[in-house]
Design a binder for this molecule. Structure first.
Ligand code: GRF
Length: 188
């Protein structure tokens, strides 16, 4: 059984889909939700799914062991980022080499990098008058939104799109693909 930790700091809709997808899965289990915000919606979703949670603090994450010891104790094999905004420290990158995955709400390498998250991404896509946008699932390395691409899916950007309507279309794509891509990657 492979054990994954989902790192999420927001609403947690992707985390929810992943937990649903892997409920009673024979080969993969969501063993932990890691979060840096005590009020994040993802924590109550974890409680519903009876998944353990770990609230992390900046100092230990960036200047200590990056919580490597806790993740080892919990026998975590893979880290899945789903709306986690802190940069992953070297301690974790080294310990989980090639086993950390992120999802970005645009077609990387466009519209990625430091500060490009949430509504800002969709705003930039609209300002650039792109004909399409999409999602990128990729490995995590030392740079924001930079590691090798695992999967992309595209959707149109409509002429009357707002940030909200585009965000909703992108979120639907994420929910459709992220759990399946994780499954194929880890269980292959
Ligand atoms: C998603 O759009 C994802 O691409 C980005 O953060 C967002 C998280 O949304 N990395 P949610 O909390 O899963 O709804």
């Amino acid at each position: 059984m492979k054990r994954i930790a989902i790192f999420a700091s927001g609403t947690g809709t992707n985390a929810a889909r992943i937990m649903e997808h892997f409920t009673d899965h024979p080969a993969l289990q969501v063993a932990l939700i890691v979060c840096n915000k005590p009020q994040a919606g993802v924590l109550s979703i974890a409680a519903v799914h009876k998944v353990d949670t770990l609230l992390i603090e900046r100092d230990r994450f960036f200047s200590g062991d990056g919580y490597v010891a806790v993740l080892q104790e919990k026998k975590i094999d893979w880290i899945i980022l789903a709306g986690f905004l802190w940069k992953v420290p070297l301690s974790l990158l080294q310990q989980f080499k090639g086993h950390i995955v992120n999802i970005h709400p645009a077609l990387l390498p466009a519209f990625g990098g430091k500060g490009m998250y949430g509504e800002r991404v969709h705003e930039a896509v609209l300002v650039a008058k792109e004909a399409e946008s999409g999602i990128t699932i990729h490995f995590v390395d030392e740079e924001y939104d930079h590691g090798a691409t695992i999967f992309q899916a595209r959707c149109p950007v409509l002429s009357n799109d707002s940030v909200n309507s585009l965000a909703a279309r992108i979120h639907a794509l994420e929910h459709q693909h992220y759990p399946r891509v994780i499954e194929e990657l880890i269980c292959r």
